[in-house]
Design a protein around this ligand. Structure first.
Ligand SMILES: [Zn+2]
Length: 94
């Protein structure tokens, strides 16, 4: 079984992420030594964040600009930037 490299949700690095116990919800927690922050696995790909990513991709595909996407999803340009970054990484690793 090959473990996928976990990307830090804060800084996007892949090579400084370590396992960091489990959250009460049972999700694996991770610690990034690159930015000294912790996060939980797989919330990018499921639940609310995953839905937003898919919606951003869909709006992008329709040719909407960043301002339109922010308005229709109710997110700020900064948040959108982070999602676009995550999408670009996700696409590169496929
Ligand atoms: Zn990090």
């Amino acid at each position: 079984m090959k473990a996928a490299a976990i990307m830090c949700h804060h800084c996007g690095r892949r090579n400084c992420v370590r396992r960091h116990g489990r959250a009460r919800s049972g999700l694996q927690r991770y610690y990034c030594s690159g930015c000294s922050r912790t996060f939980q696995s797989s919330y990018i790909y499921q639940g609310n964040e995953g839905n937003i990513l898919r919606q951003i991709e869909a709006l992008h595909a329709k040719g909407k600009n960043q301002m339109d996407i922010c308005r229709s999803l109710g997110i700020t340009a900064m948040v959108l930037d982070r999602y676009l970054y995550l999408i670009s990484i996700e696409n590169k690793t496929r």
